[in-house]
Design a protein around this ligand. Sequence first.
Ligand SMILES: Cc1cc2nc3c(=O)[nH]c(=O)nc-3n(C[C@H](O)[C@H](O)[C@H](O)COP(=O)(O)OP(=O)(O)OC[C@H]3O[C@@H](n4cnc5c(N)ncnc54)[C@H](O)[C@@H]3O)c2cc1C
Length: 490
Amino acid sequence: MTPQQSTDVLIIGAGPAGTCAALRLLALGHKVVLAESEPFPRPQIGESLSPGIRNIFDYLDATDLLTRRNYFHQLNAQVIWDTTTPQTVNAAQRGPGVMVDRGQLDKDLLDLAMQRGLQLYQPARFESCKQTDGGWQSQLRQDTQTITVNSRFILDARGRRGNHMQNRVLTAPPTIAIWGHLPAHLMPADTLIEATEKGWIWGSPTPDGQFRTITFIAPGELRGNTVPHVFYDLLSRTQLFQQAAGDWQMDDLQTCTVFTYAHTSPWQDNYLRLGEAAFSLDPLSSTGVEKAMRFSLQAVIAVNTILKTGHTDMAQTFYEDRMIESISSHTHWTSGYYAQAWPGQQHAFWRERSVPFIDKSPVPTAFYTRLRDKFSAPKEKGPERLINVQQELQRLWHEQVHLSSALIFKETPCVIDDILQLRTAIQHPNLEREMAYLETVEISPLLSAAFKEATFGSIVQEWSKIVPFEQAVRIAFFLWDKDILCTTAQ
Ligand SMILES: Cc1cc2nc3c(=O)[nH]c(=O)nc-3n(C[C@H](O)[C@H](O)[C@H](O)COP(=O)(O)OP(=O)(O)OC[C@H]3O[C@@H](n4cnc5c(N)ncnc54)[C@H](O)[C@@H]3O)c2cc1C
């Protein structure tokens, strides 16, 4: 007989997406089983973590994992991007990023989850699953043994290996990454980023005393060339890496094709994809790990909502909306950043990446259609209005106000105590997304005070009964600036 096990959630894969979800689900009181196919620590690319990672670790009560090892915090950067002159961006301007040993960090996160009650099968490979009345039945393979796990949910966090090309749509042109180590004694103790005509290069000292260097180029560059030749040729034409390129040993080079993609059906019957099993991001921003973990936190809110309230539709909409938002905002940011690079539009590498890209999906699912619609060009933002609050408050105080005719009130899911609940949000062409709260204050009840004959001043006074006066003024000016709260004298 094969061993049987029942749980609320089965997670597949112990990368940052899987363990982040496990830690949060355990904190919310759910039973979690995780299967990881590799023994840890295993090598893993992606060691430069963006500043936003810190508040995720704080939230998981895992801050200690970023400080207990000999990781590098707050490196300065030398950057050649929008001009051919190197710029120094100091650590304070870059924000508090951290260079880690990913294999070690992933192991530390997994150990922490086990201390907090995770049941782990490792090394154990997830092989298959089938739907049952109450959820899913999965088969795990550990050595020669098959383990059966019954769960309400499966969270698939298998990374890039976790899905087939036919279920993905590309959201950027494919790129080739080639990486190796340059002699650390010839390199500065800074992060280096340089745009070249054929692609871009990133390098950084690593906590184990090496200098990791990755080049990102178009696949066509490898045609008729060997990987070491392309790597050396690219480095030798740079300003920042050129000197060390001559002393470089070619024996440790690795390469992969970087596909940037989204899964076209990331949620099917309580089978949810997380991290790079759901979507991957262009490595330009070094935010892959942060975005994977942030998305796991949102997926956990959806799972928790179903387990505690049964509201599946609302949970699925929330999960899909957050994923679409994450992909589209990142894609618009990266294409804008590629467009600023000095080589410019006459070079195919830069031209192709300077506009948001989404491929045709072989299977145009409802999710794909919503994602594609979000890729239409973002609204041009007008120049920021600088408001002299004292002066404007005096000027507008007796002005009559009314609400914009383009304002729509809409029921929308909001996260309240780790569960989704419907709240009335406002929707307006000048807002990037629906908004139910502003500075933690629910907006729609405030707007009901914008009744007939109300003035800017009477509204501020009315709101100051609920929130401090300064906050009431800030909220009024935010809504006025967006033309949601309108005065005759704008
Ligand atoms: C060239 C390159 C450079 C990058 N650089 C950066 C960077 O500097 N900073 C950054 O933040 N991000 C970077 N990234 C992205 C980053 O690596 C990923 O965002 C991150 O690893 C995704 O985490 P994950 O948990 O989704 O997947 P992974 O970290 O890949 O974890 C998936 C886990 O699932 C396990 N698994 C797979 N199949 C099975 C199975 N059948 N059964 C059980 N377990 C299974 C795997 O063994 C693995 O441990 C880079 C990516 C690339 C390609």
